[in-house]
Write a protein that binds this ligand. Structure first.
Ligand code: FAD
Length: 443
């Protein structure tokens, strides 16, 4: 007989909503805790402020085509009569938020979410019971009131996202450098950088997009790529003031930022586009380390079986959405399916020892490939093997071949044509296959 569990889900972004849907489908009772006032997580645009905000900036457009991005059985299409605000293939962030909200409405998930409710502690009481403590904020008249409550659950599914805790590059001398440092997490619009010299650390998705936007108003924008040779000093085509440079060597008290080749620039701002760290402040890792044995070290969460389960307490503590360099929505859908089925007992997980062995084997494999520890959860080249593996576990159809090919085509185009990949494409045959497939889900 299948087990029905009472499950606390932390977060109502794409991952938390997918988890809630799959948990309910499998017969579990899910309660979703969300500290914001609506669903959508990262895709809720907010002004940068003290005390936490999302990482969206005003002009952000997706870096994946919408057909690729969407959930497997809920296509992300701009159908006539829908609430679409940006029908383009690479739409602005507002369109993604509407899509996630539509997903929550379509699958009747809003009723499962407790909004403005922040989980402050998750404590393991026994390996099958979890105490979840949370605080709610309510306003009565002029006054904000905060209340703390707690409740026991059979299982906890952590879907708190990993794009809010900035990682900052370590730059020797920066403490006595007089300029301003910030992280892309707090970047919103280019105007404050008018006529300034802005050193951008990082040349990946955010660094690439933000540097181009800032170059439209700034005096000079050196964009630093850690992997570039020391001598790199290359003006990017189409810009008079945007340069690709090697990594920064140090920052000096006179305002200079010095590159590896010894050249320097007097800069007003260092803008770190250096990614984010995993963070689970509510897991009380320090106090419970003996019990949980879960550590976050150099961005490796250890030990985690297949990026989801802590072997010692599986399946009752699970993480959804941790892998990066992936297509997130289909991946969280498949992970959620697996978690829900493992909790009900429809799928049997390997023993704790077997899971730990698999974790160890993966670390050895990564080490042999020269993969840094901080990339443990980076799937990049094998995300589709991972998706297929999850799909097989749950008896799910998995990720379509057109989606995989379209992802590869878009990723290659982004590298070759960073300026135009959102406007010009040549994957028309894949688009046709995608829309044929979508007919199964659009009524
Ligand atoms: P989030 O969306 O971060 O949701 C986590 C939720 O948990 C939030 O609502 C948060 O409020 C809540 N939460 C956290 N802690 C607590 C707590 N203690 N108690 C209660 N609630 C809590 N993906 C794409 O597919 N295409 C793109 O083009 C793309 N562009 C991106 C651009 C940027 C700048 C960023 C930052 C990300 C981008 N992503 C993109 C990835 C994006 O993060 C995923 O698409 C997806 O939104 C991740 O969903 P999530 O639910 O895992 O996390």
């Amino acid at each position: 007989m299948l087990r029905s569990a009472r499950v606390a889900v932390i977060g109502a972004g794409a991952a938390g909503l997918a988890a809630a849907r799959e948990l309910r489908r499998e017969g579990h009772a899910a309660v979703v805790f969300e500290r914001a006032g609506d669903v959508g997580g990262t895709w809720i645009y907010e002004e940068a402020r003290e005390g936490g905000h999302s990482s969206m900036y005003a002009s952000l457009r997706t870096n994946l085509p919408r057909e690729v991005m969407g959930f497997l059985d809920f296509p992300f299409v701009a159908t006539p009569g829908s609430s679409s605000v940006d029908a383009r293939r690479f739409p602005r962030h507002e369109e993604v938020l509407l899509y996630i909200q539509e997903f929550a409405r379509r699958f009747d998930l809003y009723g499962l979410v407790r909004f403005r409710t922040e989980v402050t502690a998750v404590v393991e009481t026994t390996s099958t019971r979890w105490l979840v403590r949370w605080s709610t904020t309510s306003t009565s008249g002029e006054q904000e009131q905060e209340e703390e409550e707690e409740e026991e659950f059979d299982a906890v599914v952590v879907c708190n996202g990993h794009y809010t805790e900035p990682r900052i590059a370590d730059i020797p001398g920066v403490d006595s450098w007089p300029g301003k440092q910030m992280h892309s997490h707090s970047y919103r619009v280019p105007e404050p950088f008018r006529d300034e010299v802005v050193v951008i650390i990082g040349a990946k998705n955010s660094g690439g997009d933000i540097s181009r936007e800032i170059a439209g108003v700034a005096k000079e924008v050196p964009m630093v790529n850690r992997a570039s040779p020391a001598s790199t000093c290359e003006r990017l085509p189409g810009y008079h003031n945007l340069w690709l440079r090697s990594m920064v060597e140090r920052a000096d008290p006179d305002g200079s930022v010095v590159f590896r080749d010894g050249s320097s620039v007097r800069a007003h701002v260092i803008l770190h586009c250096t990614g984010y760290k995993y963070s689970f402040p509510f897991l009380l890792l320090q106090q419970q380390q003996q019990l949980l044995q879960l550590q976050v070290d150099d961005n490796r969460i250890h030990p985690l079986y297949k990026h989801v389960f802590v072997p010692q307490v599986a399946p009752n503590l699970a993480f959804i959405g941790l892998p990066f360099k992936v297509i997130p929505f289909p991946l969280v859908e498949l992970q959620s399916c697996w978690v829900a089925a493992a909790l009900s007992g429809r799928i049997r997980l390997p023993s704790e020892e077997e899971m730990m062995e698999e974790v160890g084997a993966r670390y050895s494999e990564l080490q042999a490939m020269g993969w840094p520890q901080r990339h443990t959860h980076c799937l990049k080249h094998n995300q589709f093997d991972y998706d297929d593996w999850l799909a097989e576990q749950c008896g799910h159809g998995g990720v379509e071949e057109w989606r995989k090919a379209m992802y590869d085509a878009a990723s290659n185009k982004k590298v070759r044509c960073p300026e135009t990949y959102r406007e010009e494409w040549d994957d028309h045959h894949l688009l046709e296959q995608a829309y044929n497939d979508f007919q199964n889900y659009i009524n």
